[in-house]
Design a protein around this ligand. Structure first.
Ligand SMILES: [Zn+2]
Length: 79
């Protein structure tokens, strides 16, 4: 039994509250990079992403995706 492996995995998924109904909209960081809009699962409101205004956030998200891919590679090597 090993219990070290899971301690470093991030448990919080990125998301934001819906401006219309307040429900949490879960956003996959990888989807954020390829999609321009997200729909609220509770009320159906569509949020459009302004790519120019969000450029900094998107760059940060890109780094997160690269880091996650590196972690996946490391996991494969450790097997
Ligand atoms: Zn909503």
């Amino acid at each position: 039994m090993t219990d070290k492996a899971n301690s470093m995995a991030p448990q919080t998924a990125p998301g934001l509250p819906c401006p219309a109904c307040g429900a949490r909209i879960d956003i996959d960081v990888r989807e954020l990079l390829i999609q321009d809009s997200f729909a609220c699962p509770a009320c159906g409101l569509t949020l459009d992403l302004d790519r120019k205004r969000s450029e900094r956030a998107l760059r940060a998200a890109e780094k997160v995706v690269v880091a996650m891919q590196e972690i996946d590679d490391l996991k494969k090597r450790w097997r």
